[in-house]
Design a protein around this ligand. Sequence first.
Ligand code: GLN
Length: 217
Amino acid sequence: NPVIGVLALQGGVAEHLAALERCGADARPVRRVEELAEVDGIVLPGGESTTMTRLLDTFELYEPLRERLAAGLPAYGSCAGMIMLSREVVDQDPDLSAVRPLGAMDVVVRRNAFGRQVDSFETDLDFAGIPDGPVHAVFIRAPWVEKVGAEVEVLAEVREDPDGSGRSAAVGRIVAIQQGPVLATAFHPELVGGDERVHRYFVQIVRARLNAAAQAK
Ligand code: GLN
């Protein structure tokens, strides 16, 4: 079974580990460089991207993680994890310099994008590549994707107006993307019990990578 790490510095670590295990992965928390070296894929959970940046420095993981991602390590980021995987972050906040994204995806994301009124909301999304109906998505002070490069595939956009005003800027926003073996969602599938389809999708990406590497030998 593929070994999939969950970056365990802060945020929704336990939920991701449990979801990955249910998808048949050997899921392990990653806090040290030696642990990072052992994984076939990694999940960057939600949390706070400013804090995550600081902790990556403290644990001396920033550069090793950036290098493994640059070398093609499959990765999945949810919410703050999506922010960390991007190449550029925009934000209203002046503390923006506190977020140093890892540049694994050719996208610009906006932090805390949905605004105060709809700080948190839930909606159903059509998710390209995921069968059996819409995916229920939980957004918590979530980012959206503002710009995508040519190699980025858009997997889901917000369909319904979350604040019901009929003029929300949320409608049509990109909230799930993939670039090669790197996947990101602005929402938190790990918080929806009983539906592991997004994690299953990521585990498939990791398995496909391992098979391709084995064939090449
Ligand atoms: N607002 C957080 C950030 O900017 C993300 C929130 C989350 O991960 N739920 O990092």
